[in-house]
Design a protein around this ligand. Structure first.
Ligand code: SAJ
Length: 407
């Protein structure tokens, strides 16, 4: 049996995947409301293919509980909150989960940490707690780090197909955990040590952040001298060894906008390019606000309350708004006393989050003269003709109506 601790964006799909591939699974979360929702057969967030996977897992007998279970394998997928000011993660959820495991687990249990952690977290925070509890690591308890790699929006597919990293103190434990994940994972599973696994995860997200920062910097350069950044990137990417990502209104989410800070925080004298990339990406919401001012001026628009922001989530086709560029733009407008004026709509965000938020696309459109496309949800891509007659500022390069303004 596997006891999966933390049933959020990573823990839930992982639990469902193990269960639907023949493994006995109990999912544990400290939130009783979440457990009630899951036991009633409902997923707690939207994700392509998740409902089908959920039905399959229920048929296979997955259970959900607020209690930790007595078993020989645990997977910890609790959040690692991030403090924006100190740029450090708070490892206490991970540490507390490991403490709770130690209260119930038999001797020799394997504890796999999937949560994203800054490199060195297991040495600095987890090992001491295990040792203080009187456990001998490698005898009474085995520690493993198996960072998740799945991309929100395509999680179910990526759980099945992505390659994975398993970091373990002892290679034979690494192989044992690899065999468990191989029940569903068709990608290559690489076994290494814990420190390497921690670092590799952060490096992957930092690499993407730097690539996006390059695209965003190119967008600024091209804007300053009237060049088409999208055409330039499109052609450059035809080179067999060039693959530049897309410029956009900023980098949101809880991963790419966070993980590079771990390296900046721990290696301030060395992580110069990483810091620069972070700064560039963090400057994009402000850059878009500048573009809105320019376009309004160019089009003779003066009334901010006739401007609509399409998209509140951090990227397309997800319901997650963490570190969303749109929210950053709205906060910045608040600081400059221009808040509460623009209209906002996102088909994926059903709860009321900001002032002047609409829940109907047509009602939103009828109240605005200018639409700023901040997220490329499929809904918009499929109904782009509805923007005909509006002034459009497209930060995602998805609208090709004549006269569309770009980043
Ligand atoms: N973005 C751009 N331009 C691009 C691509 C993305 O501006 O060309 C923006 C997005 O709009 C979004 C942000 O970057 O605001 C991040 O989105 P994303 O789709 O690049 O990544 P995440 O944060 O949803 O997921 C990442 C993934 N990491 C990598 O691709 C290296 C995923 O595989 C990880 O599992 C996840 O972080 C995580 O949990 O760490």
């Amino acid at each position: 049996m596997i006891n999966i601790i933390g049933l959020g964006y990573i823990g839930l799909p992982t639990a469902l995947m193990f269960a639907s591939h023949g493994c006995e699974v109990v999912g544990t979360d400290y939130n009783p409301q979440l457990i009630a929702t899951l036991n009633a057969g409902h997923a707690s967030f939207e994700e392509k293919g998740l409902d089908e996977l959920f039905s399959e897992a229920l048929k296979c007998g997955i259970r959900f509980s607020t209690e930790y279970q007595k078993t020989n394998m645990y997977i910890v997928a609790v959040p690692t909150p991030y403090d924006k000011d100190s740029k450090k993660i708070d490892p206490s959820y991970v540490v507390n989960a490991v403490k709770s495991v130690m209260e119930v687990c038999p001797k020799g249990a394997v504890v796999v940490i999937e949560s994203t952690i800054s490199p060195g977290t297991i040495d600095k925070f987890v090992r001491p707690v295990v040792e203080e509890a009187g456990f001998v690591i490698g005898r009474d308890l085995h520690l493993v780090h198996a960072p998740e790699r799945i991309i929100p929006g395509n999680m179910v597919y990526e759980l099945l197909h992505n390659s994975r990293t398993i970091g373990a103190d002892e290679p034979e434990i690494g192989e044992q955990v690899k065999a468990a994940y191989a029940s569903f994972c068709q990608g290559e599973i690489v076994v290494t040590d814990i420190r390497t696994a921690e670092m590799t995860k952060v490096v992957e997200n930092t690499y993407r952040d730097i690539n996006i920062a390059f695209a965003n910097e190119l967008a600024k350069i091209c804007r300053s001298d009237n060049m088409d950044v999208y055409e330039i990137i499109r052609i450059a990417n035809k080179h067999p060894r060039v693959n530049i990502l897309s410029p956009g209104p900023g980098v949101g989410g809880h991963c790419i906008s966070v993980d590079p800070w771990f390296l900046v925080g721990d290696y301030p004298m060395l992580a110069k390019m990483i810091l620069c990339a972070r700064t560039t990406n963090d400057s994009m919401p402000e850059f878009v606000l500048g573009r809105i001012r320019d376009v309004m001026q160019q089009e003779g628009l003066t009334d901010l309350s006739r401007v609509g922001f399409y998209g509140l989530t951090y990227k397309e086709n997800v319901d997650d708004v963490r570190e969303s560029p749109t929210l950053q733009m709205l906060e910045s407008m608040d600081r400059h006393l221009a808040g509460g004026q623009v209209k906002v709509y996102d088909p994926w965000v059903t709860r009321d989050l900001v002032p002047n938020q609409y829940h109907d696309f047509d009602a939103f459109l009828s109240d605005v003269d200018m639409v700023v496309i901040l997220v490329g949800h499929s809904q918009l891509r499929e109904h782009m003709d509805k923007l005909k007659g509006k002034v459009v500022l497209d930060t995602r390069h998805i609208c090709f109506l004549p006269g569309t303004h770009r980043l």
